[in-house]
Design a protein around this ligand. Structure first.
Ligand SMILES: [Zn+2]
Length: 92
């Protein structure tokens, strides 16, 4: 598997720069959140694509390493992340 390519946009769930475009419904390789365009200003809205809120997905990524338990086996191994930028955004 090739290492992950850095994208222009931050994933709304894991904050890594993995997205080439927003709202493309591609699963993030780092956390497996499918980007439906939801952003941090809608943390408590249940994502129709991911079936959980973005707040829950972000918490799961911190605690589990994926946006939910079922995605754990799908996410990229940590060594593939080298060189991909991450800027953690604080949420309230
Ligand atoms: Zn992600």
């Amino acid at each position: 598997m090739p290492a992950i390519q850095e994208g222009h946009y931050q994933c709304p769930c894991c904050d890594f720069y993995t997205l080439v475009e927003r709202a493309s419904y591609q699963p993030c390789p780092v956390c497996y959140w499918e980007d439906d365009g939801q952003s941090l200003d809608e943390l408590d809205r249940v994502s129709g694509t991911n079936h959980i809120t973005l707040r829950e997905g972000r918490r799961n990524f911190v605690n589990l390493g994926a946006c939910d338990q079922a995605a754990l086996s799908l996410v990229a191994p940590a060594e593939d992340l080298s060189g991909v930028r991450r800027e953690v955004r604080a949420t309230v």
